[in-house]
Design a protein around this ligand. Sequence first.
Ligand code: CDP
Length: 217
Amino acid sequence: MQHIVIAIDGPAASGKSSVSRALAQRLGFVYVNTGAMYRAVTWHALQLAIDPSDASAVEHLLETTALECCTDGGQSYFLINGVDPGEALVSPQVNAVVSKIASQPLVRRRLVAMQRGYAERQPAVVEGRDIGTVVFPNTPHKFYIDASPEVRAARRAGQGLHDSVVQRDAMDSTRKDSPLAVAPDAEVIDSSYSSVDEVVENIFKKLDAKGITPQAR
Ligand code: CDP
């Protein structure tokens, strides 16, 4: 059985993580950050000095690594051989190559299956690049959060993070398997000039009109 899924997609630094986390909190749903899963696999590959473009080395890595999806207080996290990489997930080294790892079909197949598992257990706000197009194409609740490239670059710089969002977007949008794309039935929200609270309120109202209301955790 699949519970309610709110799919939130969008390019890098569009504000979708902050919006998804706050929306999940308000609804009492679990928040699933699928980008963190691709980042965790990337972190692990870097630790073992595996070339992120080497498909067979990455395949071997996946076969020999324990991956675990967990939740704590409505927040999802991901363990790699029992370890949560924490802040290392957003390191410049991971930012630089995560899109390469994420372009590999085998990695996607393995992680997508785990992402679907969350919704078998509880209602979820799931955030990523292919959630409305590939992971949960049948959910009727899809949002695509965008912002201008200038605003997105400024947001990332404001967080003090070194991250070439333009380069990552280019790779994510042009890869063969599950590229970043707007699902035909997604509602596009431009967050360039809106606060997180305003975007959350906007989505919350649209969901409320469809009968999706907060639940106790
Ligand atoms: O937070 P930000 O938007 O910068 O990125 P993220 O959501 O942490 O995702 C990091 C990278 O993982 C993306 O640039 C994609 O290459 C990949 N990703 C993906 O391919 N599919 C997803 N559903 C989520 C992330």
